[in-house]
Design a protein around this ligand. Structure first.
Ligand code: SF4
Length: 291
């Protein structure tokens, strides 16, 4: 299968067949992200997409999971997405789930009926990068939406019956906004109440616009212990009904997995213990961390 540029997918889609139905990210302005900076956003044509599905079917006819990339695949018109989903389920008889990246603006641009139709046609899970719930942080990293818009997008998606997986970025507020970022992010995630929540820890590619602020001393990265303290504050303030939390992304210092709220005490005890020992051997070394 030919892919344009570097391909990204959520850790939980490691076993999925990846179909690159869009190229890049339509927003492409976030100052911490270089994933799609080399790509000009485009939606692949219907014929390109159908040829890709045929190629994937020849290569792996028994696929059970498919992930639709790149960063903004939900931006595709609902009618074409419905056609793609129908073709996928017709082509892969063992297909169980289809996942997709969706930006907040993509979700807000769909009607509730669109989202219900997509679910009825077999779209299963949408990955939404919330990143932060703090208005200042979202603005400073050029995320392009307010916390209120992020909440509306998340709630709208969840109301459709689709599974929602959100990600947040530890350290995105730097040292100066760490506490506000933790608290406001917990508040936004609590209001969205997703089924899955993933935490990443900020790592800045030297080519990212944020790297210039760091060089000028205008943004201070958190150290490992400050990152874990921020994560602890976020988890302490999170009120969710049933959420699988993971920090298994390669950027994190401490891989954790828990079901919230049931495992909250255990999770916080683990974080407390690691913070008290301050033993570097408890953490993933920096050279093993990755984006
Ligand atoms: S973080 Fe997401 S929305 Fe922002 S530029 Fe990167 S892929 Fe696009």
């Amino acid at each position: 299968m030919h892919y344009e540029g570097i391909l990204y997918r959520p850790p939980s889609e490691a076993k999925s067949v990846i179909l690159q139905i869009t190229v890049g990210c339509r927003h492409n302005l976030c100052t911490f992200c270089t994933m799609y900076k080399e790509k000009t956003f485009r939606i692949k044509s219907r014929s390109e997409i159908m040829a890709m599905i045929k190629e994937a079917q020849d290569y792996n006819p028994g696929a059970e999971r498919i992930f639709l990339a790149d960063g903004d695949a939900l931006a595709i018109d609902t009618s074409l997405l419905l056609e793609i989903l129908s073709q996928l389920y017709a082509s892969f008889p063992r297909l169980l789930r289809v996942g997709i990246y969706g930006g907040p603006k993509d979700i807000l641009a769909k009607t509730p009926e669109d989202l219900v139709l997509l679910k009825a046609h077999g779209l299963t899970i949408v990955y939404l990068g919330v990143e932060s719930g703090n208005p200042e942080v979202l603005k400073s990293v050029c995320k392009g939406v307010t916390p209120e818009e992020m909440i509306s997008a998340g709630q709208k998606l969840k109301a459709s019956g689709l599974i929602l997986s959100c990600t947040v970025i530890i350290g995105l507020g730097g040292k100066s906004l760490s506490q506000a970022h933790a608290l406001n992010t917990a508040q936004v995630i609590s209001k969205i109440d997703p089924q899955y929540l993933g935490a990443l820890t900020l790592m800045v590619d030297p080519e990212a616009p944020l790297a210039k602020l760091i060089q000028r001393g205008e943004f201070q990265l958190l150290d490992p212990w400050e990152s874990l303290s921020e994560l602890k504050s976020m988890l302490e303030n999170l009120e969710v009904s049933h959420c699988v939390f993971r920090s298994n992304h390669a950027s994190n210092y401490l891989p954790l997995r828990a079901t919230l709220p049931e495992d909250r005490t255990q999770l916080l005890t683990t974080l407390d213990r690691v913070l008290k020992t301050s033993a570097l051997e408890e953490l993933r070394p920096d050279y093993w961390r990755g984006l």
